[in-house]
Design a protein. Sequence first.
Lengths: 111, 112
Amino acid sequence: GENVEQHPSTLSVQEGDSAVIKCTYSDSASNYFPWYKQELGKRPQLIIDIRSNVGEKKDQRIAVTLNKTAKHFSLHITETQPEDSAVYFCAASHSQGNLIFGKGTKLSVKP
Amino acid sequence: EADIYQTPRYLVIGTGKKITLECSQTMGHDKMYWYQQDPGMELHLIHYSYGVNSTEKGDLSSESTVSRIRTEHFPLTLESARPSHTSQYLCASSELGRNTIYFGEGSWLTVV
């Protein structure tokens, strides 16, 4: 079955710097890769996703890149702000399967 | 904002009590899920359902049970709560064949 590894487990950056979180997956049949943000005490919420027919997707300060050959995908946050502080989860699935989540990255943005 | 509702949001109960966590969604999604999560930690899938009368066990073994009698409703029951069941329980839903899942706000359960 699918296995998703996520790194780093914790990340601390200064406000205004960029943050990068990386995930690898094992099942070459996986074709959907979402990222969820979970603020303290709140539910995980989808912030961006990418499908396997696309290499990169951007939405304002966040972007996701996918390397199908290497089976890894990354979340990039530019110009980080204190409100970006949260736990971020990557996930992977193929069309008939459940999402398999990474273990999460706790991002802290210091003012 | 996705329309998926959980009750109760917070609950403290004694060991050995029976508890049902309610989850309802108004989006007409066929697939529903229950995840267990300790604060800021991994999301563990404990149950899911493809639709009415379908229930499947997830990746993490759980002593809870679920039922799916109506499309919009997916309750989770613990017959005899133990302190080890203390956790947050997140309900979620998705359209069948589409993998984007939407989470409810969670039910925080404390067993004393």
